[in-house]
Structure formats: C-alpha cells, structure tokens
Design a protein around this ligand. Structure first.
Ligand SMILES: Nc1ncnc2c1ncn2[C@@H]1O[C@H](COP(=O)(O)OP(=O)(O)OP(=O)(O)O)[C@@H](O)[C@H]1O
Ligand SMILES: [Mg+2]
Length: 336
C-alpha cells in the first residue's frame, strides 16, 4: 500500500479551511512548528525586512483557530503548504498554488459587503468650497487613511454634503461603504452591529470584528461614509485602516478624531438658500417678492432642510404667494 494522498483544501468556510491546514500537517507526519518555520523559509515585509514566513507563534495561532473567522494571510498559506510538502519529503509543485486558489475563493465569497451609497441629492445646491476641501483632502492624504469630519446643526446639510462628496469620489476607490450610525436617535447603533452590517460574518466580539475590518480595508482602497455618528468612540472601530483609504464622518456633535480634518457646516449663504428655494418651488414664484423671500430665508436661519420644506410648501400650493407662506409660518409653528 502506497502513502496516502495529501488532503485537499476544504472550502466550506474559513474554519474548514483551517482544519484542512491541520490535516495537511498530519499528512506530512506532524512536523514540529519549529521545523515548519525552518522549512517555510523567509519573506520580505512591506518595509523591506527579511523575516520568517512562518513564525512559530503565527502557525500556532492559525492552527488553533484563534483568528477565525479571519483567514490566514495568503503568504502564510503559500509558505505553510510548501513547508508541509517538504516535511513529507515531497515536491510541492503546484500544491501551494491550489491552496492559495482555494483561499482566494473563500476570501472572495465573504468580502466586506458592498453597501451602496444612498442617492445623491438631485438638486444639491452650493457648498462648492466645502466640497472642494473634502475632495482636496483625499489627494493630500496618500499615506495613511484620510479622515474628514463634518459637524453642524440639525438639517444644516451634513449628510447631503458627505454623500455628494462620496458620489464624486466613488470611482477612485475599490470599495465604497455607507453606514448610518443613528447617533441622534434613542438607540444609536453599536460599533459591533455596524461592523456586522458591513461584514455579516465578522465574528461575535467587537475585537475580532474590528480586526477583521482593519485587515479587509488594509487590502482594498476603501471609502467609508459614517453618517450621524454619536461620538468618536462609536466611529473608531469602523474607520478603515490602510494607505489610500478615506473616511467621511458626519455628526451633530463635535467629534475629536485623531488626524482628522474637521469641518463645521454653517447655514446656507442667502444666495444659496434663494437658489434652492427657486429650484424646488420654481424661479417664477420668487420673482417680484424679493422682500418676502429675504424675510422667509432669514426666518428659518437659511437652514437647507427648512428651505426645502418651504419650497415644497410653495410647490404644493401653486396659488400661494411667498408673503402668504410667510404669514402661515407666523400662524403655525412650521409649515407642512
Ligand atoms: N446643499 C444642499 N442642496 C440641496 N439640498 C440640501 C443641501 N443640504 C441639505 N439639503 C437638504 O436639507 C435637508 C437636510 O439635510 P441633511 O439631511 O443633509 O442635514 P443633516 O445636517 O445631515 O441633518 P441631521 O443632523 O438631522 O442628520 C435634506 O432634505 C437635504 O436634501
Ligand atoms: Mg444627517
């Protein structure tokens, strides 16, 4: 009877794959971790250092499943399979390639879920300076992850601006994600819940899920919009972690995030408020009522959200003049 054939990589999930790595070691005659380290040779890090491809501690971690559901690195799989074949006195030939292929298939089957961006605001108005600053910041932050925080009052246009910037930038990134952290609500999202919305199989503990997210974003140029953050602490585990990654955070609170470019949105300049009102209600409705429009805009503090509601009120009531809407504003606590 000849020697048993080497096992194939299992591809049901990461745990099965790791179990088949153990089976390969058993097939190779259970070489010690030290001999696998020696047989695995060396590799060069991004920083140019030559290090063991299979440090004993890493083999131990991987085989004990400590990092599951995270898969081991590709370079680990390659070196480990090579080492097992050598320990068995066999030529690795195409075996490392087959295992790496199985690894790639698994990795591809559970990548971070692409979270499509909510629609851009069709009648987005103004904010040219703010938008340019955000887009410019991406170009400047080539090394580490770039972060921009957008703060400001309710309805000032933080989400609208973040989404406009993200839509402009999306084609420059490999992965784009949007998460509403519901910071202003009574039940803000927990970081773990938010990580699960990005990666359903990220693992049960925040520590594991956050590590998985960092690893995922380190290997793909990722853009993340974290909308309506309650605090910097809530957002921290969701920040991408890699060169060329970019995060846009919005919050009603003033977020203190290390290394971030902080922007506070103010009310619309009057001419932008007029422009938005005209786009929604129709320019012709504003003509001849300059004074009433100016009063209306001032009354709502040129808040884009309020301007939109006033514009919609005018559109729904074609017979009303701006002056009449202003009168109604005086009578009721709002318009609708
Ligand atoms: N630049 C803009 N052009 C057109 N509409 C805008 C603009 N900015 C905001 N709006 C509109 O104003 C409303 C409120 O904007 P948005 O939701 O972005 O505010 P926000 O600052 O994120 O508020 P919140 O603190 O409640 O999250 C939305 O209807 C949005 O479409
Ligand atoms: Mg918002």
């Amino acid at each position: 009877m000849g020697a048993p054939p080497p096992p194939d990589p299992a591809t049901a999930d990461a745990a099965a794959f790791v179990a088949s790595l153990s089976a390969l070691r058993a097939w190779a005659g259970n070489p010690s971790l030290r001999s696998l380290r020696v047989l695995g040779g060396t590799t060069t890090t991004n920083g140019g250092d030559t290090v063991d491809a299979l440090p004993v501690s890493t083999i131990s971690y991987v085989l004990r499943g400590v990092r599951l559901p995270q898969l081991p690195r590709k370079s680990f799989v390659d070196a480990y399979v090579t080492a097992c074949y050598r320990a068995a006195g066999r030529e690795p030939a195409d075996a490392p390639g087959r295992w790496v292929e199985a690894w790639s298939g698994l990795r591809g089957s559970s990548p971070a879920k692409a979270t499509p961006l909510p629609d851009d605001t069709g009648d987005f108005t103004g904010r040219a300076g703010e938008l340019a600053r955000i887009l410019g910041h991406v170009t400047h932050s080539t090394g580490a992850t770039g972060i921009v925080t957008i703060g400001g009052a309710p309805g000032i246009g933080k989400t609208a601006l973040a989404l406009r910037a993200a839509h402009r930038l999306a084609s420059r990134f490999t992965a784009v994600h949007y998460v509403d952290l519901r910071g202003r609500g009574r039940r803000p999202r927990t970081p773990l819940d938010a990580l699960h919305s990005l990666m359903p199989d990220a693992g049960a503990s925040l520590e594991t899920a956050a590590a998985r997210w960092r690893e995922t974003t380190a290997s793909a140029k990722t853009l993340v919009v974290l909308d309506d953050c309650r605090s910097a602490e809530q957002a921290a585990p969701l920040l991408p972690d890699g060169p060329g990654c970019f995060a846009i955070l919005t919050s009603r609170a003033r977020l203190a995030v290390d290394g971030a470019y902080a922007m506070t949105l103010g009310a619309f300049p009057a001419e932008q408020a007029w422009a938005l009102l005209g786009r929604i209600a129709g320019e012709e409705r504003l003509r001849g009522e300059t004074e009433a429009v100016a009063e209306l805009v001032a009354r709502v503090g040129a808040l884009p959200g309020a301007i939109r509601r006033l514009g919609e009120t005018l559109r729904r009531r074609p017979a009303w003049t701006v002056r009449e809407v202003l009168g109604a504003l005086g009578r009721f606590d709002g318009v609708g």
